[in-house]
Design a protein. Structure first.
Length: 387
């Protein structure tokens, strides 16, 4: 199998996909904008060939790179990056080279909030009112109908970038004066906690691995307030979350791909409100959290699935795994040394977070794994305690 991996060096843990694919027998062909001599040694060893380009956003450069690799190695079987930023690039290349996976025609349903919401409704899932903004008058009419607060976000966007909670007329005026409202989506605000349904499907669209997480704060809140966040995996997946997640897998025809589905658990009635779908792995270090929580190697599970069409994975969620971040500007009570000492028995990782992710994911993070939710809550309280 000839597997083209786009930007295999970033995020840094994604090189583990290349390592596992190579070990399973794939020819792993990398394309990226980092010079070859700057690649980590283990990544260079995993790649059959690496084709550097000056600019990954220049489609012609990447197109020529795939053309060269096709000429050298034969037909390309897969083109992946597992990265939200490159979804459009992947789909265009798959379309032009007739490679399996989502093509250009499939992108609107998995990129546009407005198209997603329609598919949520068709799948029979609960949603809140939301519409693509046509103009200022349409925006004001929507708010008159549903009331404040509302959330306004790009119809096509990544994470909580350029996402605004609007609570009153003054904030609305500021938004309308400062932003180009074309291509924005508006919806009712949901007072609730974020929870997710995450995993990997086989060629039949059935999840071979799935889990779920609950967040302490919404990403929009963390980004806009420049605060810290914590999120933790479930040991038992809530029944309604699994049922809704499986409906989304069918509605979006997710096959041999990772998925990351986001929901609100509304506070006042505990209703599950679908927020958005991502046909990619969850971000940050969540893939590593899969491993810590289940004593598995998800990178190798993926490689096995791609290379053989099946996987022998076995798991029973023995641990809660929690990601707990800190921000540099917050005056915390306990030092890194105190945290490391106190949590040494449950600590699985600690270290700085890349600056590209720090607004939402923190500047520094700890990952712990324990069977007991009480220990998770105690660790979050200890790490986030301020002076």
């Amino acid at each position: 199998m000839n597997f083209v991996f786009l930007s295999p060096h970033f995020p840094t843990n994604y090189r583990l996909f290349c390592r596992s694919l190579r070990r399973r027998g794939a020819q792993v062909l990398g394309i990226g904008d980092t010079p070859p001599n700057a690649l980590p040694t283990d990544l260079k060893n995993a790649l059959t060939e690496y084709f550097p380009v000056r600019d990954m956003d220049d489609y012609d450069q990447v197109l020529r790179a795939v053309g060269y690799l096709t000429h050298q190695y034969g037909k390309i079987s897969r083109i992946e990056s597992h990265n939200e930023h490159w979804l459009g690039l992947e789909s265009s290349l798959r379309t032009d080279f007739n490679v399996e996976g989502p093509h250009t025609k499939d992108l609107p349903d998995i990129k546009l909030k407005s198209r997603m919401k329609q598919k949520f409704i068709e799948a029979g899932l609960q949603v809140v009112k939301g519409e693509r903004i046509l103009d200022e008058a349409h925006c004001r009419t929507f708010i008159e109908r549903v009331g404040y607060p509302v959330v306004i976000k790009p119809d096509q966007g990544v994470g909580a970038n350029d996402t605004f909670r609007i609570d009153n007329e003054d904030q609305l005026e500021r938004f309308l004066n400062e932003e180009d409202i074309s291509d924005y989506f508006i919806e009712e605000f949901v007072d609730g906690k974020i929870c997710t349904f995450d995993g990997l499907t086989n060629a039949a669209g059935e999840p071979v691995f799935f889990t779920g997480h609950e967040y302490s704060h919404g990403v929009m809140e963390v980004v806009n307030n420049d605060g810290h966040v914590a999120y933790c995996s479930y040991r038992e997946i809530p029944k309604d979350l699994e049922e809704a997640g499986r409906k989304l897998l069918k509605a979006f025809n997710v096959k041999e791909r990772f998925f990351h589905f986001e929901f609100f658990r509304r506070h006042h009635d505990q209703a599950l409100i679908v927020l958005e779908v991502n046909i990619r792995p969850p971000g940050g270090m969540t893939l590593d959290m899969f491993n810590f929580a289940n004593d598995i190697d998800i990178y190798d599970v993926y490689a096995e699935l791609i290379m053989t069409g099946t996987t022998n994975i076995s798991y029973n969620r023995p641990y809660h795994c929690a990601y707990i971040s800190r921000k540099n500007h917050i005056n915390y009570r306990h030092s890194h040394e105190e945290i490391s000492k106190k949590l040494r028995m449950v600590m699985r990782y600690e270290g700085p977070i890349h600056k590209l992710f720090s607004r939402g994911m923190g500047h520094y993070a700890y990952i712990i794994a324990t069977p007991y939710m009480e220990e998770v809550n105690e660790a979050i309280d200890f790490i986030h305690q301020t002076k």
